[in-house]
Design a protein around this ligand. Structure first.
Ligand SMILES: Nc1nc2c(c(=O)[nH]1)N[C@H]1C(S)=C(S)[C@@H](COP(=O)(O)OP(=O)(O)OC[C@H]3O[C@@H](n4cnc5c(=O)[nH]c(N)nc54)[C@H](O)[C@@H]3O)O[C@H]1N2
Ligand SMILES: Nc1nc2c(c(=O)[nH]1)N[C@H]1C(S)=C(S)[C@@H](COP(=O)(O)OP(=O)(O)OC[C@H]3O[C@@H](n4cnc5c(=O)[nH]c(N)nc54)[C@H](O)[C@@H]3O)O[C@H]1N2
Ligand code: SF4
Ligand SMILES: [Mo]
Length: 758
């Protein structure tokens, strides 16, 4: 990697779950030009405007360059890696041995682009005998995962949607034009819009960029989706628009569901959403009749009232119409990197939290309860927290509660590439290589029937005295004496021969070694890293853990992996996959299934879907009593966290990356603004029951009256300056959340607005 010459390379975008392939021009260890990579199997050259700005992630004033230790006066001093690792390891061992497994939690572990490090970080939980993994998925998607557990038999069964091929698409609570989340979103939307035989319906309180492309926009009142969707299902049942043959062949529990939904007062519920009754009837009839239909949802129903119920209703819409397991419908997909595990709360082996007695969903605990588990759980409280790839001080509900909780910890360690708001509270800050300075990947490969994977190689020389997460966590485990520093037998066999069969010999010895010493299995990532890893070319040690994943995937999906073009037998197909992953720099196709294979992905033994979920049918019945009346003190609903053209979670810190919307403005209807006598650019105070922030107004005809919206991803204190844009979570509360999954109601925050001069 010479510095001055211009060179071409490929990588992927790290800003959202699509991880589009990038073709980049590099000069002086910097990005010069960024385009879409046409060789990438999935994005095929597509990118959005945010990716072109990635130099602002790679290099900026808040990048960390050395391990830091906080001093008594609150300032930070540079320390060596040896000192930082040894001191942290000693404290962790002390905390574990004195207080046991409930005293430690991890927070985060992989954002939108970096899941390789998370595989190493996860080992620390086992080393601490802790169960408590908190992350951002558990403040948005766990309600959905819980429903999947009941419908399909495992919380690791995850659904995807074939929007590109659907004749009739329902977008409920999502704005793919800005947020993406579906393949090549803007192109996909354009194709549907242009095709007279295909229909796009958008359910959103705002006239979004997606709504503008839609055939039908249902501009419902925020927080009323559960009423609207249950009315839609009731119409489907009353008019017998459901797919009888599908239900008969593939499901259980239909009669219970039918009975529950026939009790829904259709007209009354549609009116609660304040939309046209006839229009909803028409949508249900056309959706049910369509050759293929699918439903795509996101935070608009996951960050609002009745989160988990919404997830159930949305899935019933496609299941009852038989829009499942075919082209252009919703499907299950395979998971190469097992991000989700099945931790059904009815199984007592999954340890609950001390204070809230909260159970994990798909392996994760919800950030909404963590401040209480630190502050209120007495002797068994959480005392040590490791934060990785996450900035909870800004992104989790109730910033003040997080500040108080994190300041009270015995040990807070932050692993990040940048000096974040959370890092400023840490006892130790451990600086990682950026995602373009190390081997990386994401586990967001959620496609069906063709699924893929993209291993990214390092593009740049690492800055300063940073390390990749694989090395950081492995050193920690070694210093804690959880794993030995040497594995002579494994190292020897790994080094012996690096021809094609060597991986197999290594894998066999590894499996035998784990069979003898089961206690080492949770630390497989670091063990493989230190042994096989050392023999991989191009310093790719941290990717060695992909070998066991490849072996597992190839065994599980043998036919589909072969169908994707790999030559191999039952023994070595996984090795072939691993070799292809290491070699193909624009990513690979992992597997090619048939649509019918979807049934094999259901976890229930009889491969049938359980339509009736008792907890959800109870919540459905309770909707009747639910009163969503706004108090006079807080007459507006704030949608706290919109995706716009220039926000990308907390991944960019340097505000210079934004071409528009520097202040992260409050969108409001002009009639509402007139009541306050304010115009675009004026300032208002936004007050919730919980806190208040100043906001800059932007008039937007597309907002419903009484509804205002602020963007997610602002409030960063770049170079330790004043926060830039809204610190949204000063307004939100940890208690304002779904009763089952504890995911926050960020899209339904009651607020009032005040003139600053008032
Ligand atoms: N540009 C950009 N893209 C991103 C991100 C980013 O920060 N910036 N973040 C990524 C991440 S982490 C995520 S999780 C996704 C989220 O992606 P999305 O969920 O699609 O994005 P949002 O803008 O948060 O919310 C979607 C829509 O929900 C609508 N909505 C609000 N309340 C309601 C309601 O009660 N009912 C209905 N039906 N709709 C409602 C909003 O008006 C909004 O248009 O985006 C990803 N992509
Ligand atoms: N009110 C409100 N709050 C919200 C939302 C909302 O809509 N409204 N959205 C929520 C959603 S859906 C999400 S997903 C979360 C997102 O919020 P977070 O989970 O906090 O994650 P990111 O914003 O992705 O933060 C990524 C962090 O990882 C660091 N990082 C980048 N690369 C690396 C690396 O290679 N190694 C390490 N160790 N660190 C790295 C970045 O510097 C940054 O600090 O926010 C949530 N918070
Ligand atoms: S932000 Fe998302 S959609 Fe845009 S280029 Fe990056 S990965 Fe692709
Ligand atoms: Mo998210």
């Amino acid at each position: 990697m010479t510095n001055s010459a211009v060179r071409q390379d490929v990588t992927a975008c790290i800003l959202c779950s699509r991880n589009c392939g990038l073709s980049v021009e590099i000069e002086n260890n910097q990005f010069k030009k960024i385009k879409g990579d046409e060789q990438h199997h999935f994005s095929q050259g597509y990118i959005c405007q945010k990716a072109a700005r990635l130099q602002h992630y790679q290099q900026h004033a808040d990048r960390l360059t050395s391990p830091l230790k906080r001093q008594a006066d609150g300032s930070f001093t540079e320390v060596t890696w040896e000192q930082a690792i040894q001191e942290i390891a000693d404290q962790l061992v002390h905390i574990r041995n004195t207080y046991g497994g409930t005293a430690f939690t991890s927070v985060g572990g992989g954002g939108q682009g970096n899941h390789l490090g998370a595989a190493y970080g996860r080992q620390l939980l086992y080393a601490m005998k802790s169960f408590y993994a908190y992350n951002s998925l558990a403040q948005e998607k766990t309600g959905d995962f819980w429903v999947n557990g009941r419908l399909f038999g495992s919380q690791a069964c995850h659904t995807t949607e074939d929007v590109e091929y659907a004749d009739y698409v329902l977008f409920i609570g999502t704005n793919p034009f800005q947020a993406h989340g579906i393949p090549n979103a803007r192109d996909t939307l354009k194709h549907i819009k242009k095709d007279p035989n295909r229909t796009m319906v958008v359910f959103d309180p705002r006239v979004t960029e997606t709504a503008k492309q839609a055939d039908i926009h249902v501009q419902l009142k925020p927080g009323t989706d559960s009423y609207l969707m249950s009315a839609m299902i009731a119409i489907m049942l009353r008019e017998e628009l459901y797919d009888q043959a599908f239900i008969q062949q593939h499901t259980h529990g239909f009669e219970e569901v039918k009975k529950a939904f026939l009790a829904v007062p259709v007209e009354q519920y549609i009116q609660k959403a304040d939309v046209s009754v006839e229009l909803i009837y028409q949508i249900v009839r056309d959706f049910a009749k369509a050759k293929s239909g699918c439903v795509r949802i996101d935070l608009g129903i996951q960050h609002t009232l009745n989160t988990t119920l919404n997830g159930y209703l949305e899935k019933l819409l496609y299941l009852l119409t038989g829009n499942f397991g075919k082209q252009g419908t919703n499907n299950l997909h395979t998971m190469f990197v097992p991000i989700l595990t099945n931790t059904d709360e009815r199984n007592p082996k999954y340890r609950r939290t001390v204070y809230h007695k909260m159970f994990p969903i798909s392996g994760f605990f919800p950030p909404n309860i963590l401040p209480d588990e630190i502050l209120k759980a007495g002797d068994q409280r959480v005392r040590a927290v490791f934060v990785d790839s996450c900035n909870p001080l800004l992104t989790y509900a109730d910033t003040a509660a997080y500040e108080q909780a994190f300041q009270s910890l015995d040990l807070l360690v932050v692993v990040d590439v940048a000096m974040t708001e959370t890092a400023r509270l840490a006892h130790y800050i451990l600086p990682a290589h950026s995602q373009f300075e190390k081997w990386e990947f994401t586990g967001f490969n959620l496609e069906f029937p063709k699924n893929g994977f993209h291993l990214r190689h390092p593009l740049f020389k690492p800055q300063g005295n940073t390390l990749p997460e694989a090395e950081i966590y492995t050193r920690l485990l070694e210093a804690m004496k959880v794993i030995p520093k040497q594995f002579p037998i494994l190292s020897k066999i790994a080094e012996k021969d690096s021809d094609k069969t060597a991986f197999l010999a290594y894998f066999t010895v590894l499996a035998a070694s784990f069979a003898k010493n089961k206690k080492q299995i949770p630390f497989a990532a670091s063990i493989v890293y230190r042994t096989l890893g050392k023999t991989l070319p191009d310093d790719a040690a941290s990717t060695a853990l992909l070998l066991p994943l490849c072996m597992q995937y190839a065994a599980q999906h043998y036919k589909a992996v072969k169908q994707a073009g790999y030559l191999g037998n039952r023994l070595n197909l996984g090795v072939k996959l691993f070799q292809a992953i290491l070699k193909q720099r624009s990513g690979i196709v992992l597997s090619q299934h048939e649509y019918d294979d979807v049934w094999s992905l259901i976890a229930y033994k009889d491969k049938k879907i359980r339509l009736a979920i008792p907890e959800m049918l109870i919540e459905l019945a309770q909707l009747k009593q639910q009163a969503a009346k706004l108090s006079d003190s807080f007459p507006f609903i704030l949608l706290a966290g919109e995706r716009r053209s220039y926000n990308a979670n907390q991944i960019y810190r340097d505000p210079a990356w934004r071409k528009v919307d520097a202040e992260g403005r409050l969108r409001m209807n002009p009639h509402d603004a007139a009541d306050f006598g304010v115009e675009t650019g004026h300032t208002l105070q936004c007050v919730s029951e919980h806190g208040n922030i100043q906001v800059v107004v932007e008039l937007d005809e597309g907002m419903r009256q009484g509804v205002v919206s602020l963007p997610h991803g602002y409030g960063i204190r770049y170079r330790d300056g004043e926060p830039i844009g809204p610190q949204l979570n000063r307004l939100t509360s940890t208690e304002h959340c779904d009763p089952l999954s504890k995911t926050p109601y960020h899209k339904y925050v009651p607020v009032r607005l005040e003139r600053v001069d008032a």
